[in-house]
Design a protein around this ligand. Structure first.
Ligand SMILES: [Ca+2]
Ligand SMILES: [Ca+2]
Ligand SMILES: [Ca+2]
Ligand SMILES: [Ca+2]
Length: 326
């Protein structure tokens, strides 16, 4: 609790310190295709946080879920939700959870597991599990993440450093499915997309196929969206280093072809991200195009985490453009 209190003070302090910066950034927005570049009240230069984008309070604006998964004092995961309507400058929720972090390595996702209209927190245990497999634990949003809705071992081996996990409804049946993106150690030498059915509590595969992307571990970061708005979930592969353009690149795998071809290759004005940025996809400005969130977690001038949003730009025909085509 003491640690939570400290974090809260840090957030308060940041709000005061950052106010002038936020205003300055506001005027710079118009010059580029970045819709937003703003510090938020989350410490930088730590790997304690993980970020997700979802509409927490149902007002149509996507909010920022910040999950503290290390150094919480209580050894329990903590959740802060920053208000998208207020450019992530105020908290909608700040709470501890029932999830014990002391044994294992976790990745997180946000979705409505029990379809009661409240977002739940999925904790994917990738390592050090009793089952010796990857496990999915779901915390109930309705109880402020104090109770569990599911504990399940899934048919994927220990996944730490091999798989990247995202949540999305692949077969559009209303149950969020688990995208397990196998980045290395694949037979095909390509990144593989394994999708576990939410309706079967992640026991059955909906799809298991090699994609058109080469092995991606340590080079690409991933997010889900629907770039071309055809109702099929696309996979954003963000190339963070070893790029030809020497910038962070966006490569989008087409859901309609089961990730066997690309919808877009583009570069951005962002330097190679390495592990200084985390990436998310959502429609920040609600214009019907996917936007790319680049969250700067290291090396910021403000010493706080900073959120950059790159807007999708509509064209007369065809899908929108995100960044500059290559
Ligand atoms: Ca729920
Ligand atoms: Ca589904
Ligand atoms: Ca699509
Ligand atoms: Ca948009």
């Amino acid at each position: 609790m003491v640690k939570t209190h400290c974090t809260f003070l840090f957030m308060l302090l940041c709000s005061f310190l950052l106010y002038p910066i936020a205003c300055m950034v506001g005027t710079a927005e118009a010059s580029g295709s970045w819709q937003l570049q703003i510090p938020i009240a989350v410490e930088a230069d730590t790997d304690a946080f993980e970020f997700h984008s979802a509409d927490f309070n149902g007002d149509g604006c996507s909010d920022l879920f910040t999950i503290k998964k290390k150094d919480t004092g209580t050894n329990r995961a903590e959740v802060y939700v920053l208000d998208g309507k207020n450019r992530f400058q105020s908290a909608l929720l700040q709470t501890g959870t029932a999830l014990d972090l002391s044994n294992g390595v976790f990745s997180f996702a946000v979705g409505d597991y029990n379809r009661d209209g409240t977002l739940d927190l999925y904790a994917i245990k990738m390592k050090d599990t009793d089952s010796n497999r990857t496990e999915v634990h779901v915390l109930d949003g309705k109880t402020g993440f104090r109770t569990f809705l599911l504990h399940a071992a899934i048919p994927i081996e220990i996944s730490y450093d091999i798989f990247h996990f995202e949540l999305g409804d692949y077969n559009a049946d209303g149950y969020p499915d688990l995208f397990a993106i196998k980045m290395r150690k694949t037979d095909s030498n390509h990144t593989e997309i394994h999708i576990l059915d939410g309706k079967s509590n992640f026991q059955k595969f909906l799809s298991q196929i090699p994609s058109c992307l080469e092995n991606s571990h340590g080079i690409f970061s991933f997010a889900l969206g629907d770039f071309d708005r055809d109702g099929k979930i696309d996979i954003y592969a963000i190339k963070c280093n070893h790029t030809d353009s020497k910038s962070t690149e966006i490569h989008i795998l087409n859901g309609r072809s089961n990730y066997r071809n690309f919808l877009l290759h583009s570069r951005t004005t962002l330097e190679e991200a390495h592990d200084n940025f985390a990436f998310l996809v959502n429609d920040y400005n609600r214009d019907g195009t996917d936007d790319l969130y680049a969250i700067k977690v290291r090396g910021t001038a403000s010493h706080c985490t900073e959120v950059y949003v790159l807007g999708g730009v509509r064209r007369k025909a065809g899908p929108p453009v995100l960044g500059t085509l290559i």
